[in-house]
Design a protein around this ligand. Structure first.
Ligand SMILES: Nc1ncnc2c1ncn2[C@@H]1O[C@H](COP(=O)(O)OP(=O)(O)OP(=O)(O)O)[C@@H](O)[C@H]1O
Ligand SMILES: [Mg+2]
Length: 319
């Protein structure tokens, strides 16, 4: 049994008196200890998918209209409050883009970590454990930092505190939604190194969300590419980077300077992601696809499993 199995998830939002689908039939699995990267341009539905795992979207405006989200075999969408609390901050922990916004400005960081421990592992709500966690996430002089307020720490240190809070509950799955986007480039690399190190030491599975495919190679075991509310390709990370099969995956890779072939011109993908409620008929990527054919505008492609095991939502994948 996979740690996480999402089956045919559909999520809608209430907008101007009608329901608009934003996640449309997403299926994903994450095995124990595995790192899955979810990539795609802004607005594709990555965060909505991730927040659904802990059933964290406010309902309304959100509505889970179909599908199952099984965490260790139990469907999150059918759980009562007690079940959900055992998932959120228990089996599953989150870190987000803006550590400054997620920390409480009026409490010392040590006290904030202690609160998390009190709820989830009360026997461990001690200074010794807080110091151990701060050390674990690479915070220098933890005995001093434990008494700091969030604003006394840099963005990178704040994100380390958030990671300490996230791992305090000993999660089996860490969901990191753009965890480095708000940080300086050099700090980004350090935080990613920390996540990789923790994943190996603690054996956690990770769902890492990013729109930067440049980060994927060193971190992910597998990658799922999302476009307009759907998964369009999943594959082992190295196979996907070396040999993208879906034209959208390929375009994404070519738009990353370090990954694009040096002799090919680097281009941003022309056009924009269609907004929910405005998805074209047929293939949703067709209006932007360099390999589009007439039939692509009519028939909506299914997510096919290719002989090499990967899944691609395109009837004419790159060879
Ligand atoms: N609370 C909300 N109310 C209405 N629509 C929403 C809400 N949250 C998200 N959406 C819409 O759902 C779609 C998917 O949003 P989501 O945040 O999942 O995108 P994303 O892939 O995470 O993008 P980004 O890379 O910018 O974070 C978007 O069109 C967004 O406008
Ligand atoms: Mg997002």
């Amino acid at each position: 049994m996979p740690l996480l199995a999402i089956h045919d998830l559909e999520v809608d939002f209430r907008l101007n008196d009608r329901w608009v689908r934003v996640v449309d039939g997403v299926s994903l699995e994450i095995a124990t200890g595995e790192t899955l990267c979810l990539v795609g341009e802004s607005g594709c539905g990555k965060s909505v998918t991730a927040l659904s795992i802990g059933r964290l979207l406010p309902e309304p405006p959100a509505r889970y209209s179909a599908g199952r989200i099984e965490v260790e075999g139990r469907d999150v969408l059918k759980m009562d409050g007690k079940g959900l609390r055992s998932v959120r901050g228990g089996v599953v922990s989150y870190i987000f883009q803006e550590p400054g916004a997620a920390l409480n400005p009026v409490h010392r960081v040590g006290a904030q970590i202690r609160e998390v421990l009190k709820i989830h592992r009360p026997e461990k709500a001690t200074d010794a454990e807080i110091l151990r966690l701060l050390t674990e996430v690479g915070i220098p002089d933890p005995a001093e930092r434990i008494r700091c307020y969030p604003h006394e720490l840099s963005g990178g240190m704040q994100q380390r505190v958030m990671i300490a809070m996230a791992i305090a509950t000993e999660p089996k799955l860490l969901i990191a939604d753009e965890p480095t986007t708000a940080l300086d480039v050099t700090i980004q690399a350090q935080i990613l190194d920390l996540l990789l190190d923790l994943k190996h030491r603690l054996g956690m599975a990770m769902l890492l969300i990013t729109h930067n495919l440049g980060l994927v190679g060193g971190l992910a075991d597998r990658v799922a590419v999302m476009y307009a509310g759907q998964i369009v390709e999943t594959a082992p990370a190295h196979a996907l980077l070396r040999h993208p099969r879906h034209p959208y995956t390929r375009a994404l890779i070519q738009s990353v300077p370090e990954l694009g072939h040096p002799r090919e011109r680097l281009l941003a993908i022309p056009g924009t992601v269609p907004t929910p409620g405005d998805w074209p008929e047929g293939c949703r990527f067709a209006p932007r696809c360099p390999k589009v054919r007439e039939s692509c505008h009519r028939a909506a492609p299914l997510l096919d499993r290719l002989p090499d095991g990967r899944q691609v939502r395109c009837p004419f994948p790159n060879p």
